[in-house]
Design a protein around this ligand. Structure first.
Ligand code: IFM
Length: 479
């Protein structure tokens, strides 16, 4: 991997040239694509339970079959190879490897990932494994889930099993994907599994996810060769004030603490932010943070994974009926503990099929912020992309010019951040395939490759062909 200081050339009219060695990838997650929910020893995760609960997921969709990747993995790797994609970020299904969340690993579960990784390596595609993309074994939720400390300990054991089995093949590891969603959507607003709605549980979950991360990094390092890379992926919220007033700037501070610094504080700096502890002090005294926890959590990382889709605009709520949706689904419960006086606003302009504002400057500003605050920590965009209402035309083609525009603009923002001195080492397009979009089921299509769900047929969209050219040349045309 190069450094951010390496030239990222921009010659007018010639497109944007990224540094040599920049990683061009695509990403997926186990529950969203695998299917085979009850095969080879896999037992239910919290998402199986949640999606089978009436009213939780649009159209009653579940991940039972999903894109059937568990059976079509070879075809999917071939697709990536045809597209010239250099790296593949996927997640391991904990309930496939260690079904009850305890005890020895299931051979067939490990074999699935071994075969997948071998095929990737054979095709020259770098495997990037995420340990946890939200599919907690249901038995661990029944024992209390992430609000309980024991779940962090179980997670570290699972990390060790995974590293022992795959560490000879996989050199790049991520502990958690978007722990904010696991904690605050899973235990706060309840729009994600397990669907609990208790603000203190959400804060407890955040701490135990942090602890699980720190313990898992140590378990990975103990099992992996010295050149392996360990990281975490955060969905950093780029929070902007609605106005320049002090009240609105304070709303930004409050949401930044609950969205971002609740994780970056302990993981990257070894402490929870004082203002977070104060803001939430009416709910909890944080006595679930034990002596020594912060030392366990604060582990050196090789890079930080950043997921970015859209900015977040906030103000101080003035009771005048301001729009309060924050783009993560409707719930009577807030995902933001102790932040009732903050209102969320839909930014103006174009949106994706998720209703999320299209704004690449948010990505640029976020990269600059993290590059400045943590100059020694390389960044990788582990997810970026957009859902649109794609369809196959009578000739069987899927034309998605809006996705090409979205990705081009966001890559231009990444390029500008690199030119300005930020150490960004790679970009993973979310997602390789259309897939199960959590509470939205199959109604939202994020893929570069269209999936015809009734038949499982894959059709690379126009954006896949466009991205293929970018990945092969390292040049973003027309930006
Ligand atoms: O599909 C999700 C993914 O699982 C996590 N990051 C955001 C994506 C789009 O909502």
């Amino acid at each position: 991997m190069g450094t951010a200081a390496q030239a990222a050339a921009s010659t007018p009219g010639a497109g944007l040239t990224f540094p040599q060695g920049f990683l061009w990838g695509s990403a997926t997650a186990s529950y969203q694509i695998e299917g085979a929910a009850a095969e080879d020893g896999r037992t239910p995760s919290i998402w199986d339970t949640y999606s089978r609960t009436p009213g939780k997921v649009r159209n009653g969709d579940t991940g039972d079959i999903a894109t059937d990747h568990y059976h079509r993995w070879r075809e999917d790797v071939a697709l990536m190879a045809d597209l010239g994609i250099g790296a593949y970020r996927f997640s391991l299904a904990w309930p496939r490897i260690q079904p009850t969340g305890r005890g020895p690993a299931v051979q067939k579960g490990l074999d699935f990932y071994r075969r997948l990784v071998d095929e990737l390596l054979e095709k020259g595609i770098k495997p990037v494994a995420t340990l946890y993309h939200w599919d907690l074994p249901q038995e661990l939720e029944d024992a209390g889930g992430w609000p309980e400390r024991a779940t962090a300990e179980r997670f570290a054991e699972y990390a060790g099993l995974a590293a022992d089995a795959l560490g000879d093949r996989v050199k790049t590891w991520t502990t958690l994907n978007e722990p904010w969603c696991s904690a605050f959507l899973g235990y706060g607003s309840g729009v994600h599994a397990p669907g609990r709605t208790n603000p203190v549980d959400a804060l407890r979950a955040a701490h135990h996810l942090n602890l699980g991360h720190g313990l898992a990094v140590q378990a990975l390092r103990a099992a992996l060769p010295a050149d392996a890379q360990c990281s975490v992926t955060l969905n950093i919220h780029h929070v902007r004030p609605l106005s320049r007033t002090e009240d609105d700037r304070d709303a930004v501070r409050r949401i930044d603490a609950l969205a971002n610094r609740v994780f970056t504080g302990p993981m990257l700096e070894g402490a929870y932010p004082e203002d977070l502890l104060k803001d939430t002090g009416t709910l909890t005294d944080w006595s679930f943070v034990h002596d020594g926890d912060l030392r366990q959590i604060h582990q050196p990382l090789d890079f930080l994974g950043v997921n970015y889709y859209t900015p977040t605009v906030v103000s101080r709520a003035d009771g005048s009926g301001t729009h309060t949706s924050d783009g993560h689904g409707r719930s009577a419960h807030t995902p933001w503990p102790a932040a009732d006086e903050v209102a969320f606003h839909q930014p103006p302009g174009e949106t994706t099929a998720m209703g999320w504002a299209v704004d690449a400057t948010g990505l640029y500003e976020l990269l600059r912020r993290f590059g400045t605050e943590f100059p020694d920590l390389p960044l990788i965009i582990t997810e970026n992309g957009a859902a649109f209402d794609d369809y196959a035309d009578p000739e069987g083609n899927v034309n998605d010019p809006a996705r090409i525009d979205y990705v081009r603009d966001h890559l231009a923002a990444v390029h500008r951040a690199i030119e300005d001195g930020t150490d960004v080492r790679g970009y993973f397009l979310w997602s390789l395939l259309d897939n199960f979009e959590w509470g939205y089921g199959y109604s939202k299509r994020f893929g570069a490759v269209y999936v015809d769900y009734p038949t499982g047929t894959r059709i690379p969209k126009a954006s896949a062909r466009w991205y293929s050219e970018v990945a092969r040349t390292g040049v973003v045309p027309g930006a």
